[in-house]
Design a protein around this ligand. Structure first.
Ligand code: ZN
Length: 354
């Protein structure tokens, strides 16, 4: 067995052992604990600088996975001297890397919500693998649609129709955002849907996007993306996605065709400030949605324009056409056979108007 003071320990390793009167030797590579890892710290920091150069960020968290031989060496030494509860080689190395890196890069360490997380895997011979991930970025905003899309699937059912429109909008936004952020993936969360032919005006439809491993972690407070008749106004960076969708009221303009000539008595029956509860039968269940206001305006003998204030997600076409036992529906209310041509979202209001 070695004598107590015959271990070759470098000053960097010796400092954290707190052993009284242990002789300080000028050892670096021969250190029996770290084999000169301290000398590698600057090299490791520059490797991190190199690996993070594509990221735009302010704060980071650095983690280290160290080859087990370094712990084994230190444990062996500590058991000889019965050293307990002192900082180990990994923590010491990590603290040093964090300090030196922040000095070189002028970035800040943030343990709670860093812009990026850097993980270092350091092998037996100091071979270092750097992996970087940015924290998932959540942005929110509203989109406006000032151009009607022409749907390719003429005979698709209503739900597919809404899906097609959502995918189309999603692809426009994803293409643009992916180019800006050089990210791994994007998820688009609109609050509500509309048909491909529907315009979305006013303040627009609220949406959220979550962006995985974005190279850009800091955005201007407001920015817009315009493409193919859609304007995405992005103005908030919430810390996470909301647990539930906010209660929204839609102002909808519908163009309605009738099977017979319209009389003022028909329109009188429609115009109402009474709140209506409308029951819709879905494939699996029944849902109830509110109409808060209806106002009609004659356009020609057999057409009228209907302005409605209703809940977000209100199935407008089902209500006007009276599909699937929707009750009450516009046919029943107006006492005339109605068919929805197109409808537009004039505004989406985020407040309770009842
Ligand atoms: Zn050492």
């Amino acid at each position: 067995m070695k004598r107590n003071f015959s271990y070759k320990i470098c000053p960097w390793c010796l400092k954290r052992q707190f052993i009284k009167n242990y002789p300080i030797r000028k050892i670096v590579d021969d250190c029996e604990i770290c084999h000169g890892i301290e000398k590698q710290i600057d090299k490791i920091c520059h490797k991190v600088i190199q690996s993070t150069k594509d990221y735009v960020y302010d704060t980071l968290l650095i983690g280290v996975t160290l080859d087990h031989t370094f712990y084994d060496n230190e444990d062996k030494f500590r058991s000889r001297f019965k050293i307990r509860g002192k900082q180990n080689i990994k923590m010491s190395l990590l603290r040093e890397i964090r300090t030196r890196f922040t000095k070189i890069s002028h970035k800040k360490i943030d343990l709670n919500s860093p812009d990026i997380v850097v993980n270092l895997q350091i092998g037996k011979k100091f071979e270092t693998l750097v992996s970087i991930r940015s924290s998932t970025l959540v942005l929110s905003g509203r989109y406006k649609k000032t151009k009607r899309f022409r749907s390719i699937l003429k005979n698709a059912d209503k739900d597919s129709y809404l899906e097609i429109n959502q995918h189309y909008i999603e692809n426009i936004l994803k293409k643009k955002l992916a180019r800006i952020t050089k990210c791994e993936s994007i998820i688009f969360w609109p609050i509500g849907k509309e048909e491909p032919e529907s315009l979305v005006l006013g303040a627009g439809r609220p949406f959220y996007v979550s962006i995985k491993n974005s190279k850009i972690t800091r955005f201007r407070r407001h920015f817009s993306i315009r493409s193919e008749g859609i304007t995405f106004n992005i103005n908030k960076k919430p810390s996470h996605l909301p647990i539930s969708a906010p209660h929204l009221i839609n102002k909808v303009r519908c163009f309605v065709n009738c099977s017979e000539n319209l009389k003022s008595s028909h329109l009188k029956l429609i115009n109402s400030t009474d709140i209506k509860i409308v029951k819709f039968n879905n494939k699996r269940n029944k849902i109830w949605k509110f109409v808060y206001h209806m106002q009609s305006k004659l356009k020609s003998k057999k057409n009228f324009e209907l302005i409605m204030l209703c809940d977000n997600g209100f199935p407008v076409r089902k209500f006007i056409n009276g599909y699937e036992d929707t009750s009450p529906n516009l046919n029943l209310i107006s006492k005339v056979n109605c068919k929805c041509d197109t409808f537009d979202i004039l505004d989406i209001i985020c407040e309770n108007i009842c």
